[in-house]
Ligand binder design. Structure first.
Ligand code: ADP
Ligand code: MG
Length: 395
């Protein structure tokens, strides 16, 4: 890796009495009535916010929410997030209805040491996603120090993740630091054996992850829809399963390159349709009926994967191993999650869908680290330099 992931943190710089602009990822899911349905992303930033409060900083939080497209849209207001944060922190949070300009400047001037303000959605401004220099400078004007705790947005080169760091000293928050340490160590200095489990719908979205991980890992376990393309490349009948016929050559290359590191399903769960009332049937991979679809890994595969996992020092897992949002096809993902929970390995899980499924199954808390970054963790595993990380000062 050409960029260091050892970054200065808020613990390395003076914060007492300073106005600190903290980029957080408060892009939380909301129901149509505007109620927050999952506040994990808010809770994950509490250590950073509490540290700054306790050390007398004037805390100015900035985040995006959804895709308002560069103009104000009340649907994407962060006001409800300010309320939730206030409950979680147990102290007042001032909601500022602008992110830059006179209203925001006046609001941050009034902040006393230990007080917290949350600015309105930074994507209400066209300059944010364009990483406009003038807009970044306006944001920077609000503070004397920039802290990035938004790992989930670090793969985007926007004004609030990258541009602002040109005008202020820039360090990481504790969540960013933890994400970089967990994912960075897994790639650069893992406790071995290092086992990667890759699932999800398609090879095409994870081909670069597979290529980057392959030389580093001791074992690569593949499930989910993407396993189908590997199985087809090996000559198996896969019926009406999801497959990427334009990726068969690449699948072939990976199979050849991986040799005995690669483990594919040996049995699978099939059904006629991906429905929650479907009748799941387990078959060996050699016997997938031509009119059915592979929708999960089978129990023998779970056992084989669990065997490898039980000897691992580190496990990285991205993507569900079946259509786990439907209960009949969640057993494979659940079984492997249980194997991770039981193992003494450092277990790191990522991927928006996988994390959601593990939360639903009540397994997320049993992992060493659940990454808050979907796209960001994927790009990190691809070996890419995340612009939001590169913008921070090295340790
Ligand atoms: P993540 O967000 O965790 O990285 P992906 O977005 O790559 O995961 O893939 C998640 C999707 O993969 C889910 O919607 C799931 O239904 C789908 N999927 C998993 N296994 C299969 C399968 N065998 N057939 C079709 N879709 C699958
Ligand atoms: Mg996904």
């Amino acid at each position: 890796m050409t960029v260091s992931y050892h970054k200065k943190t808020i613990a390395d710089v003076p914060v007492d009495g300073r106005r600190v602009l903290v980029r957080v990822d408060f892009n939380v899911p909301m129901d149509p009535a505007g109620q927050i349905t999952d506040d994990r992303r808010i809770r994950e930033t509490l250590p950073t916010i509490r540290y700054l409060i306790d050390h007398g900083a004037r805390v100015i939080l900035v985040s995006h929410l959804g895709r308002p497209g560069g103009r104000p849209d009340p649907k994407y207001s962060l006001r409800p997030v300010a309320e939730r944060l206030q409950q979680l922190l147990g102290q007042p949070v001032t909601f500022v209805p602008e992110a830059v300009g006179p209203v925001a400047e006046a609001a941050v001037q009034r902040l006393q040491p230990g007080e917290v303000a949350l600015l309105e959605n930074v994507r209400f401004y066209p300059g944010e996603e364009k990483n406009d220099t003038g807009f970044a400078e306006q944001l920077a004007k609000l503070a004397e120090l920039y802290v990035d705790d938004a790992f989930g947005a670090a793969h985007r080169a926007h004004a609030s993740t990258v541009g602002v760091a040109r005008f202020l000293p820039a360090v990481s928050g504790f969540l960013m630091e933890k994400e970089l340490r967990m994912l960075g160590d897994a790639l650069e200095a893992p406790r071995r054996p290092l086992v990667a489990i890759i699932g999800g719908a398609k090879i095409s979205t994870k081909i670069d992850v597979l290529k980057n991980l392959l030389p580093r890992v001791d074992a690569l376990l593949v499930g989910g829809g993407m396993a189908n393309t590997f199985l087809k490349a090996k000559g198996y009948e896969i019926g009406r399963s999801l497959v990427e016929n334009d990726r068969l050559t690449e699948a072939h290359d990976i199979i050849a390159q991986a040799g005995s590191k690669l483990m594919l399903p040996i049995d699978v769960v099939v059904a006629a349709e991906p429905r929650s009332d479907a009748l799941p049937v387990v078959v060996p991979v050699e016997r997938v009926p031509p009119d059915e679809m592979i929708l999960d890994i089978g129990p023998k595969t779970v056992d084989a994967f669990a065997q490898v996992i039980s000897t691992a020092g580190t496990v990285i897992w991205n993507g569900p191993l079946g259509m786990a949002e439907l209960p009949p096809f969640a057993e494979g993902t659940l079984g492997v999650a249980r194997a991770l929970a039981k193992s003494s390995a450092t277990t790191i899980v990522g991927g928006g869908d996988l994390v959601g499924v593990l939360e639903q199954l009540g397994m997320a808390d049993q992992m060493t680290h659940v990454s808050t970054g979907g796209g960001a963790s994927l790009e990190f595993l691809e070996g890419k330099i995340l612009p939001g990380v590169a913008a921070l000062e090295d340790k």
